[in-house]
Design a protein around this ligand. Sequence first.
Ligand SMILES: [Zn+2]
Length: 133
Amino acid sequence: MKCDICNAETGINYGNSNAVLCNGCSSSEEIMDQVAAGLIKPAPTGGPSTTVDFSTQSTHKIALLISIIGWVVFSLGAVGSLLMLSGGPPAVLTCVGFSISGLLIIAAGEVTKSTAENAAHSREILKIMRDKT
Ligand SMILES: [Zn+2]
């Protein structure tokens, strides 16, 4: 890290959470008074952007597609089981099975999506940590 006053490289922050100071600057009482008063502010770091645009990722699109297919299968099963009520238990159970399959497909889509988001976040955390040094 760099001292906020003289810009010298320092391994330890001799200042506080508001200002990074080197050993030399922290021994100056005048500077420490200014730091305590909040007069010396660290240089803005730009602030890491925490917004990751997931919509541009192909994995995200695939996950969305899987979810849509899941909802279609689930809906078909739900509607089918109502239509098949007159067909007796075997027909209804078949459609209920369809609905359950649909739900599992939706779950798979969500898992795919969160895996992709997790990877994107890890990449961003790595970038932030690299920028800090
Ligand atoms: Zn300094």
